[in-house]
Design a protein around this ligand. Structure first.
Ligand code: SF4
Length: 438
């Protein structure tokens, strides 16, 4: 798992093409029966998705990339993540077809993880059985809440009973590695009892739970409601309290808070996400999908129809790319390390940065464990601020005793959506994570 070969290209004039071996694959299925009020993902509203066209496009994109020599899937890949959108809306045959495109041999590694996302209302027994036959061995359910009013308000199509039934169907098909997504920080005046939702999630005994802090994104119906004064975002206090309550409650129930928004019983942490947080290269296929390999990032056209048309015309459907500079890489490395409970090794930091870690510990924002420093749940609420602070300390010349601004360019700071150093505020958007690749 080595994506560092591209690093050696810096300053070498016209870089030769490199082939990175990919062990982590993200595939995007963009179809949803209805767009949820808060959603700004690369989604197209379609009750009967063009499953066959989608599969052909994914297959063609992968073939183009491999033929061009830019990427090569490893003979044994470690993870496949089918995200969306709503993959459970696809014809079951399309999911089996995806397995065929990737190849059974490639999916034969020990511990291979194939996650697929599902919405409860479209996850029927037939879907469950077909997915299990295809090799899906982990399902992430978009449950979000068990409160009927909150679900309606979000624009979700399922009920609490649907969520229970979907999970039972997955288990009946032999898939026990299950994850539930829950959303916290709902705006006012949506009435919702967060404690009851946590109880509801715990009663389903899924070994993995992800928390998403609701953010109001431009262009969504929610942003319009906000402009019209019909909703008010959850205040920082409620946002913080709900996050900390969940962290405490889930830890007490035996879940390991292994990343700021993810909790798992022992042995059930997401392999896909963990690999990408470690900086492993990954390939994203489908509209809106992001890739990171050979030291570069690429992202695809977000619109499904435009993406499909470009692929069908025989080309790739990229809409952008970048090679992160030195400063950006350092900042991202810090940010990724601080996201996880593994944290970072202080020995890898310059001496100028160490007093800052001491101050975080004194404020209860970080803890030391096995010679590493990791953030506490309170620290995770300030992740962006702390990452930028630490980056600034790492960038400071060794002889300088006084603080200097981060060497990151503004655009690089934007890349992690961080506030300026010193602006010590909770950043709700950071508790919302998408699988790396979207
Ligand atoms: S939140 Fe999920 S189910 Fe809702 S529109 Fe977005 S991708 Fe689809």
């Amino acid at each position: 798992m080595d994506g560092s070969r591209g690093e050696s290209l810096r300053g070498s004039g016209s870089p030769p093409r490199t082939t990175t071996e990919i062990r982590h694959l993200y595939v995007h299925a963009p179809f949803c029966a209805r767009r949820c009020r808060y959603c700004d993902f690369a989604v197209t509203v379609e009750r009967r998705p063009e499953s066959a066209r989608w599969l052909r496009a994914i297959e063609a994109e992968l073939a183009l990339l491999e033929r061009g020599g830019e990427v090569r899937l490893a003979d044994r890949i470690e993870t496949l993540y089918l995200g969306g959108g709503t993959p459970s809306l696809l014809d079951a045959g399309a999911v089996a077809g995806l397995g065929g495109v990737v190849g059974a041999e490639r999916m034969a590694a020990d511990g291979f993880e194939w996650t697929a996302e599902a919405n409860p209302e479209s996850f029927q027994s037939e879907t469950a059985r077909a997915w299990a036959r295809a090799g899906v061995n982990r399902i992430s359910f978009g449950v979000q809440s068990f409160d009927p009013g909150a679900l309606r308000w979000m624009g979700r199509l399922h009920s609490a009973a649907d969520a229970n039934a979907a999970i039972a169907r997955a288990r009946a098909a032999g898939i026990d590695n299950l994850s539930l997504d829950l959303i916290f920080g709902l705006p006012n005046p949506v009435a919702r009892d967060w404690r009851r939702d946590l109880d509801g999630a715990l009663s389903l005994a899924a070994p993995h739970i992800s928390l998403y802090g609701l953010t109001i994104e431009e262009g969504t119906p929610l942003a319009r409601l906000l402009r019209e004064g019909r909703i008010r975002p959850a205040g920082e206090e409620r946002y913080r309290d709900e996050f900390l309550l969940a962290a405490e409650r889930l830890a007490a129930e035996g879940y390991d808070h292994y990343e700021l928004s993810n909790f798992a019983r022992p042995g059930f942490a997401s392999r896909h996400n963990r690999a990408c947080w470690r900086g492993a290269p990954y390939l994203g296929l489908g509209n809106g999908a992001h890739s990171f390999h050979g030291g570069r990032r690429h992202w695809n056209e977000r619109d499904w129809a435009r993406y499909a048309t470009r692929i069908e015309a025989g080309g790739l459907a990229r809409s952008g790319g970048e090679r992160p500079g030195l400063g950006q890489r350092r900042l991202e490395k810090i940010w990724l390390a601080l996201r996880t409970a593994k944290g970072l090794d202080p020995a890898a930091l310059p001496p100028a940065a160490l007093p800052l870690l001491g101050r975080w510990r004194a404020r209860g924002l970080a803890m030391a464990r096995s010679d590493r420093i990791h953030l506490t749940p309170r620290g995770w609420l300030l992740l962006d601020t702390l990452a930028v602070e630490l980056d600034a300390a790492c960038a400071r010349p060794a002889s300088s005793g006084s603080p200097s601004p981060s060497r990151c360019k503004r655009g690089e700071e934007d890349a992690i959506r961080g506030p300026p150093p010193g602006e010590d505020r909770i950043l709700p958007q950071l508790t919302a994570t998408r699988p790396p690749g979207l």
